[in-house]
Design a protein around this ligand. Structure first.
Ligand SMILES: [Zn+2]
Length: 364
């Protein structure tokens, strides 16, 4: 979503705060004031939230920087009220790499906790009688701040190690299983456990703490879509773009009017068109842009004036799953396929979905 606040780049990785994150402060203010707190209490609570989220960002950097070690880049790190997300460009296929990347996040919080221990007077807390201790820790103050931060880091480790895929613990579980069995089977088991745990947490949240229902929903859908994706990748394994690309399509010449594109869209099932003369590609006309362009410039405008000249080119010998990744990532999901400088086909998501349907129905 575009409504994220950009904090800048750290180690080359964009760090941003999603707009919903600020709701957390409203929620904290609500909690503090309804429980008779004042602005000092609000200050310590807010500072605490900020510190926890710095720890969360460092946790995400643990994932991102260890991924970089294996040549996997990170698009961004986003802070949400429920935690952080490191948006890796790809999940490694190698179980050992996945294991190390997944462990690196919680490991950062273990290191932070170890660094905090000298600043926390654990002995003093241990010597207190239960009532004084409860009084001392009833709310966050300048005296017990470090203690709270230490506990928060331990909580982050424990929480993330819950084996509910796609949480870190679930990824660790999947990678260990992958070493023993195939990745498809390992994913099926790990995401199945993730969905089961999500359901348990969801039910618990429903009855005991309604705030807890958000995370299981994310976990459930995360696990579900990963399982489907891995199965789809498996179906595409060994196939190249040439096996699934569209070879019957029409192109538009640069000087043809927009009217021609509209006629073609209505008369066929085609929606987007390559603009080319002979085999040279000049650009692409997308149906999504057409109505707007017609309103602005009229139907006689040559297509070359509104065509998009910045597009991804696929090669027929590329693995099919690589095209699938690119198509899903791009908001334009219609790419030309070229070989030796010549247009040999086109590819869209619809066509890959058709390929998957027939591959799963029988061994195409
Ligand atoms: Zn993590």
């Amino acid at each position: 979503m575009s409504s994220s606040l950009n904090l800048g780049r750290f180690a080359g990785i964009k760090v941003q705060i999603h707009w919903t994150f600020w709701l957390l402060f409203l929620f904290i203010a609500f909690l503090v004031f309804t429980q008779g707190g004042d602005f000092t209490t609000l200050f310590w609570h807010s500072l605490f939230i900020i510190c926890i989220f710095i720890c969360v960002v460092l946790h995400e950097f643990g994932h991102a920087l260890s991924a970089r070690k294996y040549g996997i880049g990170t698009r961004s790190i986003t802070l949400l009220p429920i935690g952080g997300v490191a948006n890796l460009k790809k999940i490694p296929d190698n179980p050992k790499e996945e294991l190390i990347i997944a462990i690196a996040g919680p490991a950062v919080n273990v290191v932070i906790a170890l660094l905090l221990i000298p600043f926390v007077s654990i002995d003093a807390y241990a010597g207190m009688d239960p009532e004084t201790l409860q009084e001392e820790l009833s709310t966050i103050t300048s005296q017990n701040f470090m203690f709270y931060l230490l506990m928060a880091n331990f909580a982050l480790v424990l929480f993330n190690m819950i084996p509910a895929f796609p949480m870190d613990g679930g990824r660790i579980f999947r990678s260990v299983l992958s070493m023993k069995m195939g990745r498809v089977e390992a994913t099926r088991i790990a995401t199945g456990l993730g969905k089961f745990l999500a359901l348990l947490f969801f039910l618990y949240g429903l009855f005991f703490s309604i705030i807890l229902v958000v995370i299981p929903v994310f976990v459930w859908f995360g696990a579900h879509s990963e399982n489907i994706m891995i199965q789809q990748f498996d179906l595409m394994d060994g196939y190249t773009i040439r096996d699934a690309m569209i070879t019957q399509y029409s192109t538009l010449r640069p000087d043809e009017p927009l009217q021609k594109a509209v006629e073609r869209i209505l008369a066929t099932t085609e929606q987007d068109f390559i603009v080319s003369d002979d085999y040279q590609i000049h650009g692409i006309i997308y149906m999504a842009d057409l109505a707007e362009a017609l309103k602005k410039t009229g139907k006689e405008t040559p297509v070359r004036r509104i065509m998009d000249t910045d597009f991804v080119i696929l090669h027929p010998h590329e693995p099919l799953h690589s095209a699938y990744r690119k198509l899903r990532r791009d908001n334009r999901n219609f790419f030309p396929v070229m070989e030796n400088g010549k247009l040999v086909g086109v590819m869209d998501l619809n066509n890959i979905n058709e390929f998957l349907t027939f591959r799963s129905a029988f061994d195409y």
